[in-house]
Design a protein around this ligand. Structure first.
Ligand SMILES: [Fe+2]
Ligand SMILES: [Fe+2]
Length: 292
């Protein structure tokens, strides 16, 4: 598990195996898909799952959560696709464009891994429903403002929160498969978040006060958008200690993590770029954190 293979193709090739072969097209495209996925591959010790030690109820709880994650990762493919269109329209730098498009490929990988995790717990092959995420779209505003507003939502707030919650979840996970999957996803989400913060800084350099004003206007919507996800109902079933070590926290714990993320990571990050944060810290302070 110590192989840092992001840029070392040969070593990545050694351990690559198709993650969810039953979700492929059955055409020669599959070989190209494997080539793309191999470059981002991290070894997952699939055979070492400790699922056999769980009760039926615990398996059902975990299958439900990993399927939710598969759905979210699947939607994230479309999120980065739409963001890429906004960035192209705003003439974003080439490195921002390539990393945004690569993020979409990462999300396909994440969806594949979460689908396989759900299958481990449920015993059935199941796919997320078709669909795509809808991002705010205001044709009236400048393309630069449109691009930075959606970058804030998708990348700065959503992916930065993803890194904090994944890191905390990973810390309590001892099942080797869940641990490896969460670690692999986490390392990609760090880059997905950096993409946004870098573009935001670039956009401010290019667009000045107008960009700062647009960012300040977007901030409450971006924070609320992710809060809506944190507040959402969870699959039925108790989060027992045995369930937790397969990569699952309670909704109450996730609220505290989001509140802390807003106060200690997001707000300082936006302030460092000169963006006014309004009532963000109070909005997601202790009252909100302890409301679950
Ligand atoms: Fe992801
Ligand atoms: Fe991501």
């Amino acid at each position: 598990m110590s192989i840092d293979n992001d840029e070392t193709g040969a070593r990545a090739d050694d351990h690559y195996e198709p993650t969810s072969p039953w979700w492929l097209s059955g055409t020669p495209l599959e070989a190209e898909h494997h080539r793309l996925m191999r470059r981002r591959s991290v070894p997952i010790p699939w055979a070492e799952t400790t699922v056999a030690a769980l009760t039926d109820a615990e398996r059902a709880r975990l299958a439900g959560t990993w399927m939710r994650r598969a759905e979210a990762e699947y939607l994230a493919v479309s999120t980065f696709s739409v963001l890429a269109i906004d960035l192209v329209a705003a003439l974003a730098p080439a490195d921002v464009l390539s990393l945004c498009l690569r993020a979409g490929i990462d999300e396909v990988r994440h969806a594949e891994m979460c689908i396989r995790m759900a299958q481990i717990y449920s015993g059935v092959q199941h796919l997320p429903p078709p669909g795509m995420s809808s991002l705010p779209d205001d044709p009236q505003r400048p393309k630069l403002h449109q691009a930075l507003a959606n970058t804030m939502l998708v990348s700065c707030v959503s992916e930065t929160y993803a890194t904090t919650v994944l890191s905390a979840t990973r810390d309590l996970t001892t099942d080797p498969v869940a641990q490896a999957v969460l670690t692999s996803i986490y390392s990609d989400e760090v880059m997905h978040a950096r993409l946004g913060w870098s573009y935001l800084r670039h956009a401010i350099e290019v667009g000045g006060q107008g960009v700062i004003d647009a960012a300040a206007e977007m901030l409450p919507r971006a924070l609320r958008g992710v809060a809506n996800v944190v507040e959402r109902e969870r699959p039925a079933g108790e989060v027992t200690e045995a369930v937790r070590v397969h990569g699952l926290m309670t909704p109450a714990e996730e609220r505290v993590i989001y509140s802390t993320c807003v106060r200690e990571v997001l707000v300082p990050g936006f302030e460092a770029l000169g963006i006014p944060v309004g009532t963000a810290v109070a909005d997601y302070g202790d009252v909100w954190a302890n409301a679950a």
